[in-house]
Write a protein that binds this ligand. Structure first.
Ligand code: ATP
Length: 336
């Protein structure tokens, strides 16, 4: 049984369409016209207890909308969500005690109050037992250096310090699941590393399930075992990072610089029974590295085209994701 289950989720936003002329604008005050944005389309996935999953995709892909539906902030237009046995919208009061949420762009703390007071208010709001509160806090005291700014009003904290408090605040009630929407946005390299380590510890040691959205590839590589890739509101890939690398061309290529006809060489390689990806990259002709086309055979095939140079190239996850977003192509989808 999955801890988080999303079934055929759809979310359509309706926004009022302004009129062109004054008359039309006035008429639309009485009888509005609407434009519709279908921001999430038939998205289904399941997440098991203890997983750390990254929800990624280009700007406007539908990530925040998905998180909002999972946290009960937004109702799906159609489809079903269940998290820890709750319907996030219907059972909201009871549900919020089981989850933690961080929106990197928004604060859940009281701006003018010292960190300590904000945390005590959250403890009271969530009815967190003192022992749980102290135990959760200790981790952030020890690992995050919370004590340095414990008595300072939230508004005086640096972005990094505030984010640390936001994440600590979302864990105070020892939730089963935390949803982290861009938790490292705007942080420097050292603070990012600290934040990732904390999230990893909470996931690994406390077994808290984590769903994280981030545009930072480092967050994805360091934290998550699984990728949910969403684009234009649709789930385009669901599987492990290793599987994504494979389906996106593995990220391992042979690059050859040829003196002869590159197009003919490309056609020849594309016709190879292994069916490997072949492409031009500047002066280089690149073919996916695969045991079905060993180097000696590749050299033999390219020999008539005068090989000037040949080298292995690796693509970073960032490049692979970038290519995926650009192409907007549907990758192979691994069953969840
Ligand atoms: N309140 C709203 N009213 C109308 N359209 C909206 C609203 N919120 C989001 N949208 C639209 O829904 C689509 C998905 O937006 P969403 O914020 O979920 O994307 P995202 O993947 O989180 O993007 P980003 O990475 O830029 O934060 C976008 O086209 C956005 O303009």
């Amino acid at each position: 049984m999955m801890l988080i289950q999303a079934e055929a989720l759809n979310r359509v936003y309706r926004s009022p369409l302004p009129g062109q002329s004054w008359g039309e604008r006035f008429a639309r005050l009485i009888r509005p016209k609407w434009s519709e944005t279908h921001s999430v389309r038939d998205v289904s996935f399941g997440i098991a207890r203890g997983e750390c999953v990254a929800l990624v995709g280009p700007n406007g892909a539908g990530k925040s909308t998905t998180i909002k539906m999972l946290t009960g902030i937004l109702a799906p237009s159609s489809g079903r969500v269940s998290v820890a046995g709750f319907d996030p919208q219907r059972d909201r009061r009871a549900y919020v005690k089981h989850i933690g949420v961080v929106f990197g762009q928004r604060s859940q703390l009281w701006w003018d109050l010292p960190v300590q007071d904000s945390f005590r208010i959250l403890q009271a709001l969530f009815a967190v037992p003192e022992a749980t509160y102290q135990q959760q806090l200790n981790l952030f005291r020890r690992e995050g250096g919370l004590d340095e700014f414990w008595l300072r009003p939230v508004r005086t904290l640096s972005l990094g310090q505030r984010m640390l408090c936001e994440i600590a605040a979302s864990f105070l009630h020892a939730p089963e699941v935390v949803f982290l929407d861009e938790p490292t946005i705007g942080l420097d390299l050292e603070m990012k590393a600290r934040m990732r380590e904390l999230i990893r510890q909470i996931n690994r040691d406390a077994g808290t399930t984590v769903l994280i959205t981030s545009h930072d590839v480092g967050d994805i590589e360091k934290l998550s075992q699984r990728l949910l890739l969403i684009d234009h509101g649709q789930l385009k890939f669901d599987g492990s990072l290793a599987h994504f690398r494979q389906s996106a061309g593995d990220g391992h290529w042979w690059a050859a610089k040829l003196g002869g006809d590159r197009d003919a060489a490309q056609a020849l390689l594309a016709g190879h029974p292994a069916g490997l990806a072949v492409r031009h990259n500047g002066d280089w002709l690149e073919v996916a590295r695969d045991e079905r086309l060993p180097l000696p055979e590749l050299l033999q095939l390219l020999a008539p085209f005068a090989i000037h140079d040949i080298k292995p190239v690796e693509q970073s996850l960032e490049d692979l994701l970038h290519g995926f977003y650009l192409a907007g192509k549907v990758g192979a989808r691994e069953a969840a």
